[in-house]
Design a protein around this ligand. Structure first.
Ligand SMILES: Nc1nc2c(ncn2[C@@H]2O[C@H](COP(=O)(O)OP(=O)(O)OP(=O)(O)O)[C@@H](O)[C@H]2O)c(=O)[nH]1
Ligand SMILES: [Mg+2]
Length: 339
């Protein structure tokens, strides 16, 4: 919209809400392949390094509004205005403000989602995810042989993003009160029960539990699953070392990959992490030419356990790519396009 190049953003390596003093920036290119991004996103979004800027002091600060009187229309008008004279004379525009954009209202999901095709993890990170996935598949193979199953049985796995860590429990309770929706916080028991009711999971099958161990107060997540569902977290799988040597952000990035590649994914439709995994999977389905995004016989099947589906199972979940707002995929929703 401004017809400008985005200077490489800095991300946060640590969790923000309680460790502000430990806040450690990590540059975009430590996580994603920088050049790959620009080549895949040519004509859409381009990134540049700070070193490419000739005059780093020639900055115009664009102040974004906030509060009730700040509307989507004002936000949009301001952006348009800053694409023109005299602002186009400045080499850098720095956008500042508490909510720099009302951004989720300016682009339809379909356009925004293109970004995800350009975000490719650095190899040293995806290699760690490869290790975790192959451990999961090894376990699956072991159990399917023990049970005298055909050795040709597909070596597939299920990933459940159990969003029950303590940062979430604080957040989701508040959100339920504020939005007057009671389907946001799911207990461990509800997750186990609903996942157990999914018809068509070929037991025995390994269930990978994607949780941030450090933030988990209840460490009994391995018990209480229906027979035939074989739960594994990082410790039982023997991959704790892989995660422990990484900062918070990279740990979640590895788990994101593991969830992305699973045969069936089950998450919480109000979690940004879960919503982005499902968006990514929906995009893969569309790229493969899948017509029935909400069928149960598709590759990249996903469910939301915080919403009730058929016979008390989790609800089937695919991203509505023609949604006009990013609200649903960035902050969550209970309208998830499959019924
Ligand atoms: N740090 C960490 N996070 C993990 C891991 N596995 C899964 N996650 C998930 O990654 C997300 C990290 O939390 P945030 O930094 O708040 O991410 P977010 O994009 O705001 O996602 P939500 O809080 O779930 O909406 C959480 O949803 C975690 O449950 C892990 O091993 N480590
Ligand atoms: Mg969060």
């Amino acid at each position: 919209m401004l017809n400008r190049t985005l200077l490489m953003p800095s991300l946060s390596e640590s969790l923000f809400y309680k460790e502000v003093h430990l806040l450690k920036p990590i540059s975009f290119d430590k996580v994603f392949q920088f050049e790959k991004f620009n080549s895949l996103c040519k004509g859409f979004v381009q990134l540049a390094q700070y070193s490419e800027v000739s005059n780093r002091t020639d900055i115009f600060e664009l102040q974004k509004g906030s509060g009730r009187r700040w509307t989507v229309q004002k936000d949009l008008d301001q952006l348009r205005q800053f694409g023109k004279h005299p602002y186009d004379e400045y080499e850098i525009i720095r956008i500042v403000g508490k909510n720099p954009f009302l951004w989720h209202d300016h682009w339809p999901v379909k356009d925004y989602a293109k970004i995800f095709e350009c975000l490719v993890l650095r190899e040293e990170i995806s290699r760690e995810a490869d290790k975790v996935v192959s451990k999961i598949r090894d376990e699956n193979r072991k159990f399917s042989q023990e049970g005298n199953y055909l050795s040709l049985q597909e070596v597939s796995y299920v990933a459940v993003h159990m969003r029950i860590e303590k940062d979430w429990m604080i957040h989701c309770k508040k959100l339920e009160q504020r939005s007057n929706i009671s389907e946001i916080c799911s207990s461990k028991e509800q997750i186990m029960q609903r996942v157990g009711n999914i018809s068509g999971l070929k037991a025995p099958i390994v269930i990978y539990l994607a949780v941030a161990d450090d933030l988990l107060e209840d460490n009994s997540i391995l018990t209480g699953w229906k027979e035939g569902l074989l739960p594994f977290e990082k410790k039982k799988l023997g991959v704790l070392d892989i995660y422990k040597k990484q900062p918070y952000l990279i740990q979640s990035a590895i788990d994101y990959e593991v969830c992305l590649r699973s045969d069936v994914f089950i998450g919480n439709s109000f979690s940004t992490f879960s919503s982005l995994v499902v968006l990514d999977r929906t995009q893969k389905m569309i790229a493969m030419g899948t017509r029935e995004l909400c069928g149960t016989n598709v590759r990249w099947l996903s469910y939301a356990y915080n919403l009730e589906g058929e016979s008390n199972s989790p609800r089937l979940w695919a991203t509505n790519m023609s949604d006009s707002s990013l609200q649903a995929i960035s902050y969550g929703s209970n309208r998830i396009s499959c019924r």
